[in-house]
Write a protein that binds this ligand. Sequence first.
Ligand code: AR6
Length: 169
Amino acid sequence: MTTIRLVQGDITRESVDAIVNAANSSLLGGGGVDGAIHRRGGPEILAECRKLRASQYGKGLRVGQAVATTAGKLDARWVIHTVGPRFTPEEDRSELLASCYRESLRVADELGARTVAFPAVSAGIYGWPMEDAARIAVETVRATETAVEEVRFVLFDEKAYDAFARQVQ
Ligand code: AR6
């Protein structure tokens, strides 16, 4: 059984086995939670991302996929980078967002991570409505078979926290 916990705050301050990053396909950093992770985690994370680009991900990491690097100076063993879909009203990309959670947990299992912190993937710069992002996140984690014992959703503000709280009730 995986326990779901909700925390309001900055994911870069969490102490867990793996912190999930809402990255972009380039894996080379950006704004939002991605920027915060690289800033606090230090240059080791970007160095590993560059190596991954040069070796396995020449064209970038595809939307819905996940890959791990060191967590640098963060209080975690790994950062799992996943690429959320941009929200668009014209096309239902929910399955790609669900895939981010499934694939991140699959990578976590490969690593042997038991505690994993997730931000609200796609719900910032990528424009996903928070209520729906929370529903997909919680439903997908509940439906995924994993050895991860604790999934901790770390929500940056009260609006995000409340949206997730409505889903876990
Ligand atoms: N801790 C926890 N949550 C955070 C933090 C933090 N330190 N900072 C922001 N959030 P976003 P996306 C929340 O934009 O929508 C980047 O440039 C934020 O309030 O970080 O998947 C990437 O490189 C929101 O609720 O990720 C991509 O280009 C949630 O995290 C693009 O943004 C996700 O917001 C990805 O966009």
